[in-house]
Design a protein around this ligand. Structure first.
Ligand code: MCA
Ligand code: AMP
Length: 503
């Protein structure tokens, strides 16, 4: 079944995925600098406000510096840094020059970083932490290493807004079931279509001001929060980390209207004694992981906010959202966004999607692409769900082996591969277990040769895995339950023990 998309549009509005034929993201964003150059656009605690005009000017200068280095349209640039205005300037400068940005989690250790460097083959890396820049030098000596300030000699201003709609804007690494992350290629036209759909659906306007505490190396913070802000000519206040006090203070201090977060952030806000201050916001949006209906109700009771939940993926940007003007149904992710077709397929009831925002393949992975799409070009999300008679989509689980902890993805296979190298571990299976704070947390069920404590295991894992992938629980078991084919029956691993076979 596929659902018509009109439901999100205000009367008289029409969805144009090409945004009036804009060739690329930055040409759409720069329109606002011409119409109101003095309007504040991006704030960070160090630099204060940057206006639209300053953003346009400084990104042109920075694009000149990158061009002077010899970087040219289509070159990849790895970007890994905490949120700051400098990071935004560097990012926009890259896109203006037609470079392809590879956003990379700042928590990645040497193994994870080496994979991205090897696979994406970037020409340059913009990294804030000196130790991580040294690591890039060690892993990929030929790659130019830059700080987010792009502290280089200026060059002549190059031709800007170079990308075509079909050019890649982003190469975003996201793990497949094999545990080796694949680069999802997002073209300018995908990101433009998604930003335009959100502008219409969430009534996002130049008058809006977003409190943006999500990292800018994942699509929630970058492709939704930052792109939406620049697309609408709106403004955003950046936070390097999420602290509930800073968000609640930011509402009044900055006359903010929007907050976007993952459920873990809402869990912390809901229990804050000053949670009622959220009521001053026009809209609070939750995504990246399921928002429990109980938390939805707690937030309503504590703040009067009816949080709007939406659903998306790195590969597709935003797909489904509760309506701004209609019923925001707790436990449901809402209605397909403008232009997006959603259907439920097969016995497993997998969600499949198609639309102008949906990517068309992974970087250099023909086999993965053959599996990822149906013959009629719907993308198989790996999420399981249903569509109610009135069009609301509910997610019931996942076909893919994925744990989502605090909005970060953890692939069990990757953690298992690392833990098998521990001398005390004979066999191990990783599962997600329910956690009120993180949604799910990483739990290891291990057959041990010797005694092993969780703290010692985490110490040993060290930087072999980013800290959010570390096991948060370790259970010793005599043997892992396996089926006749030898596959571990993970559904029987729960509450710290091996459950008997059902039936
Ligand atoms: C931090 N820690 C975590 C996580 N984050 N552990 C498990 N899961 C996590 N997500 C651990 C650290 O390793 C450390 O543990 C301890 O918590 C404190 O670290 P700190 O940095 O202070 O944590 P925090 O600042 O409180 O971080 C919580 C957070 C963060 C703000 C919720 O996880 C976060 O920003 N999550 C958002 C991720 C996101 O943007 N996802 C979007 C993906 P220890 O001391 O023991 O080492 S894009 C996506 O999913 C699609 C497109 C979509 O639909 O949006
Ligand atoms: P990522 O690979 O980081 O883009 O994460 C995408 C995955 O996050 C989706 O396939 C879903 O499993 C999950 N996700 C995103 N938004 C929601 C939501 N509102 N409810 C449940 N799961 C979600």
């Amino acid at each position: 079944m596929s659902i018509p998309a009109q439901t999100h549009l205000a009367p008289g509005e029409r969805f144009d995925p090409t945004v009036g034929g804009a060739p690329n993201l930055t040409s759409a964003w720069m329109r606002h600098a011409r119409t109101g150059p003095d309007v504040p656009q991006i704030h960070d605690p160090k630099q204060g406000w940057l206006s639209r005009g300053e953003l346009a000017q400084r990104t042109a200068i920075r694009a000149g510096r990158l061009a002077r280095l010899g970087l040219a349209r289509g070159d990849r640039v790895l970007v890994s840094a905490e949120s700051s205005s400098e990071l935004v300037l560097a990012y926009v400068a890259c896109l203006r020059l037609g470079l392809v940005v590879v956003p990379t989690n700042t928590a990645y250790g040497p193994r994870e970083l080496a994979h991205v460097l090897r696979d994406a083959e970037p020409a340059a890396a913009i990294v804030d932490d000196p130790a991580r820049r040294a690591l890039v030098a060690e892993l990929a000596p030929a790659v130019y290493r830059l700080t987010p300030a792009l502290d280089l000699p200026d060059g002549p201003t190059p031709a800007l807004e170079l990308a075509t709609p079909d050019d890649a804007a982003l190469l975003c690494y996201t793990s497949g079931t094999t545990g080796a992350p694949k680069g999802a290629v997002l073209r300018h036209r995908h990101a433009l279509a998604s930003a335009e759909a959100l502008r219409l659906a969430w009534r996002w306007s130049a008058a809006d001001r977003l409190l943006l505490a999500l990292p800018l190396f994942h699509m929630h913070g970058l492709g939704v929060g930052l792109h939406g802000t620049l697309h609408c000519g709106a403004s955003a206040v950046l936070f390097e980390a999420f602290r509930p006090d800073a968000i609640l203070d930011g509402i009044g201090n900055h006359a903010a209207t929007l907050f976007f977060g993952v459920p873990t952030m809402y869990h912390r806000l809901a229990t804050h004694p000053e949670a009622r201050r959220l009521s001053a916001l026009r809209l609070c949006v939750s995504g990246s992981a399921p928002l429990p209906a109980s938390l939805h109700a707690e937030l309503l009771a504590a703040s009067g906010q009816v949080v709007l939940e939406r659903y998306g993926m790195t590969e597709t940007l935003m797909l489904v959202s509760n309506p701004y003007a209609g019923e925001r149904r707790a436990g449901s992710v809402g209605l397909p966004l403008p232009g997006v077709e959603v259907r439920v397929a097969g016995e497993r009831r997998e969600i499949e999607v198609r639309g102008p925002n949906v990517f068309d393949g992974y970087w250099r992975r023909p086999e993965a692409n053959a599996e990822a799409f149906t013959p009629d070009c719907f993308f198989r999300t790996g999420d399981l769900g249903r569509i109610d008679a009135d069009g609301y989509v509910t997610l019931d689980g996942r076909a893919k082996e994925l744990i989502i902890s605090g909005g970060f993805n953890v692939y069990p296979r990757e953690v298992e591969d690392v833990l098998r190298g521990h001398p005390a571990i004979e066999d191990v299976a990783i599962v997600g277990e329910p956690s009120p704070e993180w949604g799910e947390r990483v739990a290891a069920y291990a057959v041990l040769k010797d005694g092993l404590e969780l703290a010692a295991l985490r110490g040993w894992v060290g930087d072999r895995l980013a800290p959010f992938k570390h096991p948060r629980a370790l259970y010793g078991v005599e043997a892992l339950p396996r089926n006749a084919l030898g596959k571990v029956q993970k559904h029987r691993l729960a509450a710290g023990r091996v459950l008997p076979e059902p039936g």
